[in-house]
Write a new protein. Structure first.
Length: 280
């Protein structure tokens, strides 16, 4: 799905992600948070990805993360590989990776980067939809990988339940929230598979992920708005705040239901993210 045909200049792109995007999409919605605050929240979302990929990793591998944010994924796997590089347009996030995590990082345009040594694994997490010439990104990733190298990609799911199964006007409100500047393309699993194949990749594994809670889904369903704090939508699923037996039992019931909700989304490829592991 094409969202934005026009594109924006490199300066507009850089300014947006260094200033406006942090206010719009920060984990504490409406205000900018520090790189450390971002890391502390975002690292929880990357733990399942690190767990998934660790069995593939080798000590001699070189790994690059495109759209690395504050380096959460690289920090989780850096002790298992030889070298990590984070590519991230936000300058303060790059400085955090370099100074606090000891990870090489650059805010240069990925298309302008050239490497003497190719990579064994390139990760691109919820980033390709933000990059102009999104399909050309996959071609460059294929070029930057060693023969037999691996890509892990996850990107917002065009067929996610929040987009397909909300009542109106909540569905339209979610689409407005989801497809904002500067997003260029949105993928379904079918279109992602075609794009990867076009760039010479063979898919090893494909699945859907959903980091948000059932409570967040119901918030959108009935109110048509996101929860105020993004990290609450991902981590806090309790409805009852009391410590009495009824509240405790109800929260346990709802937590069990939340797990069933995630299993259902994964079964139907309807989570917020579609994910693929593919080899060159």
């Amino acid at each position: 799905m094409v969202i934005n045909k026009q594109g924006v200049s490199k300066k507009e792109f850089k300014d947006f992600y260094n200033i406006d995007y942090q206010k719009i999409n920060s984990f504490s919605r409406g205000k900018e948070i520090s790189p450390k605050e971002h890391y502390d929240i975002a690292v929880n979302s990357m733990r399942p990805v690190a767990k998934l990929l660790k069995p593939y990793l080798k000590k001699e591998w070189r790994v690059m993360d495109i759209g690395a944010a504050t380096g959460e994924f690289l920090d989780l796997i850096k002790d298992h590989v030889a070298y990590c590089l984070g590519v991230e347009t936000n300058d303060s996030y790059c400085q955090f990776m370099q100074k606090k995590l000891g990870i090489d990082a650059t805010s240069e345009d990925y298309f302008a980067l050239e490497f003497d040594d190719k990579f064994d694994l390139i990760v691109i997490n919820a980033t390709i939809d933000h990059m102009y010439n999104s399909l050309a990104v996959l071609d460059k990733i294929a070029f930057d990988l060693k023969p037999g190298g691996m890509i892990y990609i996850q990107t917002p799911n065009d067929d996610q339940a929040l987009r397909k199964f909300l009542p109106e006007p909540s569905r339209r409100a979610f689409e407005t929230f989801m497809y904002q500047k500067p997003h260029y393309l949105s993928f379904s699993m079918e279109t992602l598979k075609k794009a990867l194949k076009q760039s010479g990749f063979k898919i090893v594994e494909q699945f859907s992920r959903h980091d948000y809670t059932l409570k967040n889904f119901l918030h959108w369903y009935y109110i048509g708005k996101p929860q105020k704090e993004m990290h609450e939508a991902k981590m806090e699923g309790e409805f009852f705040t009391g410590d009495d037996d009824f509240s405790t039992d109800m929260n346990q019931l709802l937590n069990d239901t939340n797990q069933s909700f995630h299993n259902l989304l994964e079964k139907h490829m309807a989570g917020e993210l579609i994910c693929a592991i593919a080899v060159k």
